[in-house]
Design a protein around this ligand. Structure first.
Ligand SMILES: [Zn+2]
Length: 141
């Protein structure tokens, strides 16, 4: 998986095909897509205590999977923390891994989020941008 700075325009996949049609699994075609939560082990990220309602909201939102791929992406932060044991732990299937994204609707924008975001918040204290947290909580309450 690639690293992207939070709230930059989403470029991981082309949002539409060469005829200008949006991917069929994009829930809000036409709105700008912004990255949130595309972390890796070599860039610092914001940490902190999330609002209480954030994890339940993310768990709900993440059920609508978009951009499903065939391969898995393993959490690079877990791999970094495991050091030399990582290869064996990956082989045993014990590292957090995901293979899709989800979407959160904001004010005039849509946040494009890797499924691993919920793991980053729960396990690595990642604190997403406040406008994203507000949008996630508002869209599920
Ligand atoms: Zn992890």
């Amino acid at each position: 998986m690639a690293f992207f700075v939070d709230l930059t325009p989403y470029t991981y996949w082309e949002p539409h095909d060469r005829n200008g049609r949006w991917a069929p699994d994009e829930p809000w075609p036409g709105l700008p897509l912004l990255n949130v939560g595309w972390l890796d082990a070599s860039h610092p990220f914001q940490i902190g205590a999330p609002p209480d309602e954030l994890m339940p909201a993310l768990t709900k939102l993440a059920k609508v999977r978009v951009r499903q791929t065939r391969g898995y992406h393993h959490c690079e932060l877990c791999i970094r923390d495991m050091g030399d044991d990582a290869r064996e732990v990956i082989r045993q299937g014990l590292i957090a891994r995901e293979s899709a994204e989800f979407r959160v609707r904001g004010h005039g924008v849509v946040y494009a989020v890797p499924q691993l975001l919920t793991h980053y918040v729960a396990a690595h204290e990642y604190l997403p941008p406040p406008e994203f947290c507000e949008a996630a909580i508002a869209s599920t309450s």
